[in-house]
Design a protein around this ligand. Structure first.
Ligand code: MN
Length: 195
């Protein structure tokens, strides 16, 4: 049985950029539902004793286990998203991290512009990620629906949820404003310490 991981901050900690109401729905309804669905789907199956990561990797690409993959990957992606944000986010405070960004994107401004562009180009539901590829290079990718970098041999460092439920109560159709708030005020660049 999986349980929902605790949020790393209070529901209202990301205001005014993400409201407590959005966080309440997103965490207690959407994220919790993925966990509940997953638990129901894997009960009494070979997946029941596995880690979340193993379930995701073993069901990826399978028609038979698509519902398990979708719910497991969404459970994982949401936990990663909560930990990609902080009330004090949006700034680089570490010179080593800044060096990596500049090496691979040219400048922080280019990284920010690329991330925003990918977020706006994602058609429909999905996720925007800063990942480290197998060559150790940082890149920005988008994934659709529940798809997740961990099945593509990419190490995720930051993600932004661009499903409408992530921003619609606060920003309606203005995805660009939500992504800018994420980049400028919430994104936790310290996760790059995993480099
Ligand atoms: Mn979501």
């Amino acid at each position: 049985m999986f349980t929902i991981p605790e949020l790393p901050y209070e529901l209202d900690a990301l205001e005014p950029f993400i409201s407590a109401k959005t966080m309440d729905f997103h965490y207690h309804k959407h994220h919790q539902t993925y966990i509940n669905n997953l638990n129901n789907l894997i009960a009494d199956t070979q997946f029941a004793p596995m880690s979340l990561e193993d379930i995701i990797k073993q069901t990826y690409g399978s028609d038979e286990y698509k519902a398990i993959f979708n719910n497991a990957a969404q459970a994982w992606n949401h936990t990663f998203f909560w930990n990609s944000m902080s009330p004090a986010g949006g700034k680089i405070t570490d010179s080593e991290i800044e060096d990596h960004i500049i090496r691979d994107f040219g400048s922080f401004e280019k990284f920010r512009a690329d991330f925003k562009r990918e977020a706006l180009e994602q058609f429909g539901s999905g996720w925007i990620w800063l990942v480290k590829n197998k060559q150790g290079i940082l890149e920005i990718i988008k994934t659709s629906n529940a798809d997740t970098p961990i099945v593509h041999s990419l190490k995720p460092l930051i993600t932004c949820d661009v499903w409408e439920h992530a921003y619609y109560l606060d920003y309606q159709n203005r995805r660009a404003d939500f992504v800018e708030a994420f980049l400028d005020h919430l994104m936790v660049i310290n996760n790059l310490k995993q480099l």
